[in-house]
Design a protein around this ligand. Sequence first.
Ligand code: ZN
Length: 224
Amino acid sequence: MRIILFGSPGVGKGTQAKILSTHLNIPHISTGDILRIAVKEQTPLGIKAQEAMNNGELVSDDIMIGIIKDTLESDKCRNGFILDGFPRTQVQAQAIDDLFAEMNIHNFYVITLQANEKEIINRLSNRRACKVCKNIFSLDDIKKLDKCPACNAENSFYLRSDDKEEVIKHRLEVFKKETQPVLKHYEAKKKVIYIDAVGSVEEVTKRILIALKEIAPDKITISV
Ligand SMILES: [Zn+2]
């Protein structure tokens, strides 16, 4: 099963991607992660990406598409993948269309997690990061703790500047502006599955699996 996972910052995309990856037995391909790996392994495209970043430039769509291609063609993606973090613009969506056509990929789903702005602001402003191990926790889970449950650091929790309300609002605005055309692009191809992402992690996972089961009953063998 091939999935493009879509959703605004704070909607729980990373969490759902990890869970779906386990349930569906397909890898979670986060473009942030594969970029870091390509740079670390100094692949030809990783070297180019690093040059761009060293010059303070964004990694171009061409380089990113190349890194995605290398990954999707690798053995671990032979049964499918969950692509997360790309495409974010219409130009990128077109580039993914071209790549999929080249790779003979025609069946894929664009799962879009949705939550209203208030819910997202609430969620993100209730996150705290550990400045030592960088793990992120819900304020509810750590408010009675004076040590990080992951690394035992003391008094290490802080609100990331990314998670401050004004910054969140700005990120949501940017996301909306950039990604609406992408969704329209996939809607025209009848690829989009909208999922209500308000609720517990388990509830949201269940909604996604039920929706996938309706579309591809043969591919979802677990009971939901
Ligand atoms: Zn920690």
